[in-house]
Ligand binder design. Structure first.
Ligand SMILES: Nc1nc2c([nH]c(=O)n2[C@H]2C[C@H](O)[C@@H](COP(=O)(O)OP(=O)(O)OP(=O)(O)O)O2)c(=O)[nH]1
Length: 169
């Protein structure tokens, strides 16, 4: 688990890193193209944070490994079959709607054409990303990319941070 600094906190969100709620495991796929561009998708209608940009993925179901969940979610959501998923970082985020444990996995190989099966939008991005708003629990990933890529400066073009969750270490 990473020791992330809390982002701008929602008064309703836990800032301490402790929570009475059980955490929901989420498998998240960070697809990276050979040119370094990474795939962001927008959250569909009917979900918390509709329209916010995130990496594709979803909740792990009972009996699934993270990789199995990721494989299933990426077929269901964006119509691709992934190769190996490389475990990258784990992050807890305390949202008003749920406490989530995000398992970010890098995916460098996949097959199939992208098909947004939940009517999302998608965008291949480099730093700084040009799409907004970015989901609070997704913003730290941009910082990890920045560190890996020696990118200095903003990770989001023209960003003003307006979060409503606490990222906890
Ligand atoms: N997929 C994804 N979820 C993220 C990211 N960052 C982040 O905080 N989250 C949070 C938002 C949600 O609280 C949770 C994912 O839950 P979800 O509701 O989208 O999952 P799901 O697709 O399985 O949805 P459903 O079964 O409820 O329809 O993880 C991210 O980059 N990608």
């Amino acid at each position: 688990m990473t020791a992330s600094t809390p982002l701008v906190a929602d008064p309703q969100a836990q800032r301490t890193g402790s929570s009475d709620r059980p955490a929901v495991d989420v498998a998240v796929g960070v697809l990276v193209r050979p040119d370094g561009a990474f795939l962001l998708t927008s959250r569909p209608q009917g979900k918390p944070y509709t329209g916010y940009w995130e990496f594709p993925g979803g909740k792990v179901e009972a009996g699934e490994t993270i990789e199995q969940a990721l494989r299933r979610e990426l077929i269901e959501e964006i119509g691709i079959h992934i190769g190996h998923a490389l475990a990258w970082r784990v992050e807890m985020v305390d949202y008003p709607h749920a406490l989530v444990r995000l398992h970010f996995c890098k995916v460098l190989e996949w097959s199939g054409e992208l098909e947004m099966r939940e009517s999302q939008s998608f965008a291949w991005q480099q730093l700084p990303v040009a799409v907004e708003p970015v989901l609070p629990g997704t913003i730290p990933v941009l910082d990890w990319f920045a560190a890996e890529r020696n990118h200095s400066g903003a990770t989001i073009s023209g960003a003003t941070s307006a979060d409503s969750a606490a990222v906890i270490g």
